[in-house]
Design a protein around this ligand. Sequence first.
Ligand SMILES: *Cc1c(COP(=O)(O)O)cnc(C)c1O
Length: 401
Amino acid sequence: MSLNHGRSILAIPGPSVVPDRVLNAMHRPSASIYDGELVEMTDGLLDDLKRVAGTDGFAAIYLANGHGAWEAALRNTLNHGDKIVVLSNGFFSHKWGTVAETLGVRVEFIEYGMTGYADPMRLEEVLRADTKGEIKAVLAVQSETSSSVRNDVAALRAAIDVAGHDALFMVDCIASLGCDRFEMDALGVDVMVSAGQKGMMNPIGLAFVFFNDKADATRVHANPGQYWDWTDRAKSKSFYPRWSGSPPGHLMFALRETLNMMVHEEGMPAVWGRHTTIAKAVWAACDVWGQAGALRLNIDDPARRATGVTTINTDPGMAHKIRMWCQNEAGVTLGNSLGFPPEELEDHFRVGHMGHLNIHMVMGVLGAIETAMIAQDIPHGSGALAAAAKVLSAHTNAEGI
Ligand SMILES: *Cc1c(COP(=O)(O)O)cnc(C)c1O
């Protein structure tokens, strides 16, 4: 006997919930790849993506996931033997560095740990010590999806400037684009990578790379090969080279629909503000649950938390029990433990709260977690849902945390 009927929900930090409007936009026959809609819509997709990213620079779309965006950014800017610095504070920021190593790039990791944010002072020291100017690029994530820390991109840029260093600044916004405020040009970011399936609410399959003239100038030195070269994708006037082959028609219709929603209907400040409120509601619930001891937020300082994902630490084994109960009994799939030591595999879970959400979805996920704790005698403070409701009811579109 189970109550688990009805529609299930994926509350993981990507892929996120794809809006029905977006699903419906794809429900159609394949469109011509010679002329017509697909050809006509490509410019608009790139322009609107640049509005989401806050840049007047260039945008390139690849048929790939986030790993493809990582590799594209690296292949267009770096070559064998180049040296870079990677600011590592979790699974994804570290992995981007290891991908660079597979391309023969020499990587210096600055490790901040699973609860640390990327301290700009340490970056400044490393750059100052590079008196020969060997370091070609600094890589960082805006929001690290494993630990749910949010780095201060502006402060990292300032550290590079104060050190007087010329390295490219490359930022991974795969989990944060369309969640945390990010304006590429204003932040002085040279390359930004993202993907479709998180804050951008698309099915998996599109990778986005944004770059400026400074980054573009390194491409000749880098020799990216045909498929990963960003030149035609960003600049060609003819259609086929722009996609380096057949275009992903259905995903283009999906992206068109999400960009309509984000850029033309809701507007980016409202998108960011909504994510802030929802994140605060999740944190408020966690704070109350944590009063009885078994569970706590991974990132202490609210100003350093991502707004699209929350990592929760529990007493040994409890995260796993909560996650499994939610999945099997409540129709809610929560994010797993990622990037922590293997012996802690069952002691962390993550809640994805990015993209297409409303109050009943957020409260439903929180309610499922609470039910899982009640069902399994996991100690927790009471009143968490009321605390979340209070935050949601006071939503004002303001972003500041
Ligand atoms: C999800 C994610 C990635 C990897 O994206 P894939 O599509 O799984 O390749 C990289 N970086 C961050 C910050 C992410 O959240």
